[in-house]
Design a protein around this ligand. Structure first.
Ligand SMILES: C[S@@+](CC[C@H](N)C(=O)[O-])C[C@H]1O[C@@H](n2cnc3c(N)ncnc32)[C@H](O)[C@@H]1O
Length: 181
């Protein structure tokens, strides 16, 4: 299983701790070496880590059963065609992709408080917690600038994935896309 944009490896460690994951080989890929250093320092499992861009994955074609990704999609919006082409390439025929990220709720009743949260509350909390390290409007801009789940599902289909579907989570504040090669 490949975790694209694995960061500090939480998804790999959660998945690999499950009974059903016995014998499965996990690979974490991320641009950031410091993030993966933290990931590889977590004891108990032995995934491989690769420093690379999701736009150019240094793995053989058809070598991966599952690609998963959490909260990374927004970061590769500008290179989405390359990312989708690459994960389709490395997946085995019949292999699945599970892609999770934050999104804007479609219901007007939630859209308004969600907008207030992103525009007013989040910057206050961010600056209070992270001070100068808070990345300004990046989170808000990338959430609001991403395709709504229905549109992104169509993008997956157009890129060549089969059976693209999605589940919205937390009142539509996140979406999990599932599709097959
Ligand atoms: C918000 S973090 C999510 C990390 C992890 N998946 C998690 O759920 O904790 C996004 C990650 O995507 C990585 N990233 C951003 N652009 C990338 C790219 N083009 N290729 C690979 N990784 C990328 C970042 O370095 C960061 O670790």
């Amino acid at each position: 299983m490949l975790d694209a944009g694995c960061g500090t490896g939480d998804l790999i460690f959660d998945c690999s701790a499950r009974q059903e994951a016995k014998g499965i080989k996990f690979i974490g890929l991320d641009l950031s070496l410091p993030m993966m250093r933290v990931a590889s320092g977590k004891v108990g499992h032995s995934p491989s880590f690769i420093q690379a861009s999701c736009g150019r994955i240094p793995l053989a074609s058809g070598s991966v059963n599952v690609v998963m990704s959490a909260f990374m999609l927004r970061n590769v919006r500008k290179i989405m065609p390359e990312f989708l082409r690459e994960i389709l390439r490395v997946l085995k025929p019949g292999g699945k992709a599970f892609l999770l990220d934050m999104t804007v709720p479609s219901s007007l009743w939630l859209k308004i408080p969600h907008g207030i949260y992103l525009n007013a509350a989040l910057p206050l909390i961010g600056r209070a917690v992270f001070g100068g390290r808070w990345a300004g409007n990046y989170l808000k801009d990338t959430i609001q600038g991403f395709w709504p789940p229905k549109e992104f599902s169509q993008i997956l289909q157009d890129a060549g994935f089969r059976g693209a579907s999605f589940n919205t989570l937390t009142g539509g504040m996140a979406a999990l896309h599932i599709c097959k090669k």
